[in-house]
Each structure stands twice: as C-alpha cells, then as structure tokens.
Design a protein around this ligand. Structure first.
Ligand code: GLP
Length: 240
C-alpha cells in the first residue's frame, strides 16, 4: 500500500488528480470507478479544471458508481448518480451514457444488485476512486461487512447517517438504506485510490492502515490489494 501525505487538502486533491490523469491518459477506453462525498468533490473540481485548462479528455472513459441511497425521490439532487452527473460528467467531455449507476427505484432491488455486480465484473474497473467514512466504511460497506461481500442492499449505521445528515437538513429525512458494491467487488478493480482529508478521518485512516485487514474496519481491505494508493492531508494522517 502506497501512502502519500500531501501538504494540505488542496495538494491532496491535486495528487489524487495526478493518479486519475495518468490512468485516463494511458488508455483509449478506461473504466473508472467513482465515489461521492465532500472529499471527492474537490478531486472532481480539479479534474474539471484540468479538462478546461489543460485539455484532459474523458471521451474514452466510462464511470461506474460505487453506491446509491435508497428512498430518495428520482429527481433528488443528493442521489449519488445526480452528484456524479453534476460534479463530473457535466464538467468534462464524458460521452452520453458513460455514467453507470445503481438504480434504487428498481422493483426488485436484490435483482438490481446482481445486475450491477455483473456489469462491474464483466471487465475489471481499471482505477477505483474511494473515500472513507469516519467509522472506516468503504462505499457503504459499514463496519461488520464481510471482506468477501458483493453488491447488495445495506442498512446505514447511525454514525454514517449522522455524518451525512448535513445534506438533508431541509427534509430531515436521512436515508436508512443504500445499495453498495461489496468489498470484494471493490477489490476486483486493478488499482485503488483512496482520498481522505480532515481530522475527522484520522482515526479511521489509522485503523485502516495499521489494524489487521478485517470487516470491522472495511477500509482496511485496501491492505489486501496489490495496487492501492492512499492520499491524505496532514490532518487525516495525524494518527499514523
Ligand atoms: C459516503 C460514501 C462514501 C464516501 C464517504 C465519505 O457516504 N458512501 O463512498 O467515501 O461517505 O464521504 P465524505 O467525503 O463526505 O466524508
């Protein structure tokens, strides 16, 4: 596992953007896995800047979401699919239809999870972008998830719901369920890139890096991957 501690939050986003840029430039057709959250927002902002100013093209890229809330209205801007459209797809030259999402409105969610697992596994994701929850979650694999878990319906922990409650202050409704790629689905990607910033992530990062790889700290699964990079700002690295 390669760990990079950048000078500050902005430098961490730039460093993560360098990894994504190298991956995108190296291939004609690329399968990029994307996470959502406050942390990745600045990474996508940096990629959009490179697209506008430096001609970084995403025309050959297909992006695959990691997870999605269940229970939000189809037009809700907090759906992760909308977030990726807004923060990335609409800012760069991704082709129409290049954003692949999990469908939380599917009449049979278990079947939808199988469909998505198959889509993601049909050819490996080349580079998977990840964040980490303050409780060590990876995508929406909460503590207690199995290391061999696949795409499935999950119940969100109180910690995750409280961390994300700030996005839902208008309605007061914070989703209780989600669909998420499993830990083994994520580990099937050729390369993993985890970005974490802020003191709030320091304890989770330390457990993920120093603890034994186990489902209690889902992000510790990165230790099992042959090509994983963790990019941190000094606050997130403060307990290493
Ligand atoms: C979210 C997502 C994760 C993300 C994490 C961190 O709820 N499901 O994929 O990595 O929590 O989010 P943030 O960057 O907002 O702290």
């Amino acid at each position: 596992m390669r760990i990079i501690v950048a000078e500050d939050r902005a430098a961490a986003s730039e460093c993560a953007a360098d990894v994504v840029e190298r991956f995108v430039r190296d291939q004609q057709r690329a399968r990029l896995g994307v996470a959502t959250g406050r942390t990745t927002e600045s990474l996508y902002g940096e990629l959009a800047r490179r697209h506008r100013r430096e001609g970084l093209s995403f025309a050959g890229v297909d992006v695959y979401l990691l997870d999605e809330y269940v229970g939000l209205d189809p037009g809700d801007p907090r759906r992760f699919c909308s977030v990726v459209q807004r923060e990335l797809a609409q800012q760069v030259d991704l082709r129409r239809g290049a954003v692949h999402c999990l469908d939380p409105d599917a009449p049979d969610l278990a079947r939808e999870c199988c469909r998505y697992e198959h889509v993601v596994r049909s050819a490996p994701i080349g580079l998977q972008i990840l964040g980490i929850g303050s409780n060590g979650h990876l995508a929406f694999n909460e503590p207690g998830s199995a290391l061999d878990s696949i795409t499935r319906i999950v119940t969100l922990s109180e910690q995750t719901r409280s961390d994300n409650a700030a996005f839902f202050t208008d309605s007061g409704f914070v989703p209780e369920r989600a669909i998420t790629q499993g830990i083994s689905t994520i580990l099937a990607a050729a390369e993993l890139l985890l970005l974490a910033c802020g003191e709030r992530k320091a304890a989770a990062v330390a457990s993920a890096v120093h603890g034994p790889p186990c489902g209690t700290v889902p992000a510790s699964a990165l230790q099992l991957h042959a090509s994983a990079t963790i990019v941190l700002d000094p606050d997130a690295a403060s307990l290493l």
